[in-house]
Design a protein around this ligand. Structure first.
Ligand SMILES: [Zn+2]
Length: 143
């Protein structure tokens, strides 16, 4: 079981942001069967918009035939890996992943994405590497 910490913000509304810990595979969308539900009307989110999975190469996002698509670092993808510390955009929302760190288990010492709560190789709990939610990446809105 792989757990992931996701945080997001609405690119058009600085007060609309959030974070959630989810178990993979997981979906993001407007309807209630999604692990992450974004219900805001007119925000460009489909009922089931994307699925997030993990494999030995990293985290992967897949477009579930959404209306507005998925963008990873500015490029629309049907399915693609999200780089460590990377982000993707669906509708008005930008999702951010934390950068990777070396696993603190000396026998393992693999580079692990700190958005993952548990090291996928050795099972060590990674929470101390990533306890605070950092919202400093939200740019200032000019009025
Ligand atoms: Zn490890």
């Amino acid at each position: 079981m792989t757990t992931l910490r996701l945080k997001w913000r609405n690119l058009r509304d600085e007060y609309d942001f959030g974070s959630q810990t989810i178990t993979l595979p997981a979906t993001i969308g407007r309807s209630r069967q999604n692990a992450v539900r974004l219900r805001r009307p007119g925000a460009g989110i489909s009922r089931q918009h994307v699925q997030i999975t993990v494999d030995e190469c990293g985290l992967r996002v897949r477009d579930l035939q959404s209306t507005n698509g998925v963008y990873v670092h500015g490029h629309q993808v049907r399915e693609g890996y999200i780089p460590s510390g990377g982000m993707f955009i669906i509708g008005e929302y930008e999702f951010t992943l934390a950068p990777s760190v070396r696993c603190a288990n000396a026998q393992c010492a693999k580079q692990v994405d700190t958005s993952l709560v548990i090291c996928p190789w050795c099972g060590r709990f990674l929470a101390d590497a990533h306890t605070d939610v950092d919202y400093s990446y939200i740019p200032e809105i000019k009025h």
